[in-house]
Design a binder for this molecule. Structure first.
Ligand code: IPE
Ligand code: IPE
Ligand code: MG
Length: 246
C-alpha cells in the first residue's frame, strides 16, 4: 500500500499548522434572544471577521471555516437566501481587509450549486489574494465530504477508462489530488462550537488524524480567546498516528 506521509509518532504535539472550524450555533444564539435566525447568522459573520484576524495574530498558517454544507439546502428557502446574501456581502465587504492582512482566500465546495454572481465574486477574490502568504483562509461553501469523495472516485474512474491511469495506480496521494482540498495540508485541529459533538460531513478524509475539540460556546460568541483556548487544549494532546507514542 502506498500511503501519504503522516508525521512520525514522536509524542510531541507542536503548534497546529491547520485549524478547521465547524461554525455552529447561530440559530440557537438568535433563539435565546428571541431574534430571527438570520440575526444569529449576521453575528456569526462578525465572528468570522474576528476569528480570521485572531488566527493571523496567533500565527496560524491555515484556517478553514465550514460556512454552508451540501445538506444546508434543506433549510427553509428564506434562511438559505439569507445565508447566500451574507456570503455575498462577506465576499464584497471583507475582501480588502483580508487582502491587506495578507490572507489568501480559497472557497472550497461545489460551485455548480451557487448563484453565478457569487461564483464570479469568489473567482475575483481568489485571484486578488492568490499571492498572499501570511495566512490561508479557506471557506467551505456548498461543501459536503461524501459528495467530494464520490466526485474524486468518479474522476479517477473516468481517467482510468480514458487509459490515463490504471486501477493499481490509484493510491492515497492520487486520491487526495482529486479532492477539493488538493494542496491543502490536513487539519491538525478541528474545532466545533455550540456543544454538538459530530462531524456533519466535514472533511471526513482530511480529518483522519485531526485532534477534535468541542466547545460549548455558540459561534456568534466565539472569538480569539476561544481559539487560543482550543489551541492550548491541542497542545495538551499526544498525537500517536497509530504508533505507541512517547
Ligand atoms: C451554523 O449555525 C451556521 C450554518 C450551519 C449555516 P446554525 O444555523 O446551524 O445554528 P443552530 O445549530 O441552529 O443553532
Ligand atoms: C454543520 O452545521 C454545517 C456548518 C456549520 C456549515 P449544521 O448545523 O448544519 O449540522 P447539524 O445539522 O447539526 O449536524
Ligand atoms: Mg447547526
Amino acid at each position: 500500500m502506498s500511503t501519504a506521509p503522516l508525521p512520525a509518532a514522536s509524542g510531541e504535539t507542536s503548534e497546529p499548522h491547520h485549524v478547521a472550524i465547524i461554525m455552529d450555533g447561530n440559530g440557537r444564539w438568535a433563539k435565546a434572544r428571541g431574534l430571527p435566525r438570520v440575526a444569529g447568522h449576521r453575528r456569526g459573520a462578525d465572528a468570522v471577521r474576528r476569528v480570521v484576524r485572531g488566527a493571523g495574530e496567533l500565527g496560524i498558517p491555515v484556517l478553514t471555516l465550514f460556512a454552508f454544507s451540501t445538506e444546508n439546502w434543506t433549510r427553509p428557502a428564506d434562511e438559505v437566501s439569507d445565508l447566500m446574501g451574507l456570503l455575498r456581502h462577506y465576499l464584497r465587504s471583507e475582501l480588502d481587509e483580508l487582502h491587506k492582512n495578507g490572507a489568501r482566500l480559497r472557497v472550497i465546495g461545489n460551485r455548480d450549486g451557487l448563484a453565478s454572481d457569487i461564483v464570479r465574486d469568489i473567482a475575483d477574490a481568489e485571484k486578488m489574494t492568490r499571492n498572499n502568504n501570511r495566512i490561508d483562509v479557506n471557506i467551505c461553501v456548498n461543501y459536503g465530504s461524501r459528495d467530494e469523495i464520490v466526485r474524486a472516485a468518479r474522476n479517477l474512474a473516468q481517467r482510468a477508462v480514458a487509459g490515463e491511469l490504471t486501477a493499481d495506480g490509484i493510491d492515497e496521494g492520487s486520491f487526495e489530488r482529486e479532492l477539493l482540498t488538493a494542496g491543502v495540508p490536513d487539519p491538525d485541529l478541528l474545532i466545533r462550537t455550540s456543544g454538538e459533538q459530530r462531524i456533519s460531513n466535514f472533511l471526513l478524509w482530511q480529518c483522519a488524524y485531526a485532534e477534535l475539540v468541542f466547545v460549548d460556546t455558540l459561534w456568534p460568541d466565539f472569538g480569539k480567546e476561544h481559539l487560543e483556548q482550543a489551541v492550548a487544549e491541542f497542545r495538551r494532546r499526544e498525537r500517536r498516528y497509530g504508533g505507541v507514542g512517547s
